[in-house]
Design a protein around this ligand. Structure first.
Ligand code: AMP
Length: 508
């Protein structure tokens, strides 16, 4: 955070963040941080305290209140978007309350759009909590009314919690991922860039792009911030603001490639298009590399680990490498372990991807069982299955929890999906395991056919059997017009599983 402040002292008259119709100068952002820190300090906020933030998607307040709290050694938690895939999703009141309650937040900072909701949450909490906003006239603590001198340098323990990031999957209670100042600063350091960088932010600042934004500001660059990804607006923004860097969920590249105005938009300023989050389609990446030039960098990581591996733009011209997620990034060490024995497996063998890195979480908040399961010694068990090749490139295969095991044979649904998608009649496929009445896990496939195509179940089973093994052939086929998706495009397999089991009455 001190790095951001130092960088903002240079060229104070220039704009540093553009958001909605507004623009924030470097001097103004500096004052917002310093003033907020001074007010928070006056409220007794410091190490061991938690500041919660509830603001419009990607509002600059999400950054400057975090910087202010972290400068004082306090922890930050965001209450708005708790799904990395979605920038607009807002949690219901009860879950936001649960987060305020379990993190024992001392203060809730809201933007003017969330004053009423913030008041409601505070009133419903079973203990007093301060509420603040960055404006006067709201009958609450005013973060804009603080002193203008930089708070004194405080000794902050590197392993103290800087941020608790809540993430949700398709179901279940959000899990709080605790990241220390050490881990956060490491993440920022891996993303430092040139001073001239102009980054377009379209994913939630509460998630992966948060440390990237810090790195851009620390490097002296500027941010163009949108609440979410809308391909037409994104194209216009890149051209109008000469954007040099973006960070997208992989399917957003495809949306851009398919946009009718792509060919007529000037994207020549773009130097780095970083993408990741879900498995990429190599053919689409090749198309993107041809259309956009040498700008693509794939990132594989998790909120718990930060970036684990990356695939540079040089590797995007190599068909084989395009199927990988690249080589270990920064100080990340990767080992692949047999999920049943824990033994490291040789190159080429599939196992669970385990990571050691200064970017690792310290724990899941108040969840020792989950922490003990995933964080063993210095290794974080990602739950991703994959293998390393002899050159150290990492290939993802599937999620461990999706593995279907039968008679000691592992079936990885993603591999069956790949085979199904080579069939000329199939447009979409999702494969998952379902326990039958004897509690034996069966391979189920949900498919969407291409227009005017037909296929029999038996011929499709033969197709897979011939290319894989009889064990991989789907036992049950479900036909859909479209597959349900979550967030940025992952197929919602839990929903498919639920639908299938409620129809068939299968166990599991
Ligand atoms: P999250 O913590 O929400 O960012 O999700 C992390 C998970 O997303 C990882 O465990 C992977 O399963 C998946 N993921 C992240 N990056 C990639 C990538 N480049 N390719 C395929 N899957 C990815």
């Amino acid at each position: 955070m001190a790095g951001v402040l130092a960088a903002l002292s240079n060229r104070p008259d220039e704009v540093v963040i553009r958001w909605q119709e507004g623009a924030l100068g470097r001097r103004e952002l500096f004052s917002a941080i310093v003033s907020s820190a001074s007010v928070l300090r006056g409220q007794g906020i410091g190490p061991g305290h938690t500041v919660a933030i509830l603001a419009e998607s990607n509002s600059p307040m999400m950054l400057f209140v975090r910087y202010a709290a972290n400068l004082l050694g306090a922890t930050v938690v965001y209450l708005r978007s708790t799904n990395a895939a979605s920038s607009v999703e807002s949690l219901p009141d009860d879950q936001q309350l649960a987060i305020l309650h379990e993190t024992a937040a001392s203060l809730l900072a809201v933007d003017p759009a969330h004053v009423e909701r913030g008041r409601r949450l505070c009133a419903a909490l079973d203990r007093p909590i301060d509420i603040a906003t960055y404006a006067s006239g709201y009958d609450m603590i005013d973060l804009s009314a603080g002193a203008s001198d930089v708070p004194p340098d405080l000794p902050i323990a590197a392993d103290a919690r800087a941020v608790i990031t809540y993430t949700t999957g398709t179901t279940g209670r959000p899990k709080g991922i605790c990241r220390s100042f050490r881990a956060w600063n490491y993440a920022v350091a891996t993303m430092l860039d040139a001073e001239q960088t102009v980054m377009l932010v379209t994913t939630p600042l509460s998630h992966t792009v948060g440390p990237i934004a810090d790195a851009i500001l620390t490097s002296g660059g500027t941010l163009q911030v949108l609440a979410g990804f809308e391909p037409g607006i994104v194209l216009d923004s890149i051209a109008a603001h000469r954007i040099t860097r973006v960070f997208w969920a992989t399917p957003q590249i495809y949306q851009l490639l398919d946009h009718p105005r792509l060919a007529t938009t000037d994207l020549s300023s773009l130097k780095t298009l970083m993408y990741g989050g879900i498995p990429a389609a190599p053919a689409r990446l090749q198309q993107a590399a041809e259309t956009l030039g040498p700008v693509l960098v794939q990132s594989y990581g998790t909120t718990e680990c930060w970036e684990i591996a990356s695939l540079g733009h040089g590797d995007h011209s190599d068909e084989q490498r395009l199927a990988s997620v690249g080589r270990p990034s920064g100080q990340a060490d990767i080992v692949v372990r047999d999920p049943d024995t824990g033994a490291e497996v040789p190159a080429g063998d599939i196992g669970e991807i385990c990571v050691s890195s200064p970017g690792l979480l310290t724990e899941y908040f108040r969840d020792p069982a989950r922490t003990a399961h995933s964080l063993r010694g210095k290794w974080f068990h990602t739950g991703d299955l994959g293998y390393l090749d002899r050159d150290g490139y990492l290939y993802l295969v599937d999620r461990l929890q999706h593995r279907i095991k039968f008679d000691g044979v592992n079936v990885y649904p993603a591999e069956v999906e790949k085979t199904l998608l080579t069939h000329p009649a199939i447009a979409q496929a999702a494969v998952f395991g379902v326990l039958d009445a004897d509690r034996i896990e069966r391979v189920h496939a949900a498919i969407v056919l291409k227009p005017a195509m037909a296929v029999t179940t038996e011929s499709l089973r033969d197709y897979v059997r011939e290319r894989m093994t009889p064990r991989h052939a789907p036992d049950v086929l479900h036909r859909y017009d479209d597959l349900p998706v979550i967030g940025s495009g992952k197929i919602d397999k839990q929903r498919l599983h639920r639908e299938v089991t409620s129809i068939s009455g299968s166990a599991g």
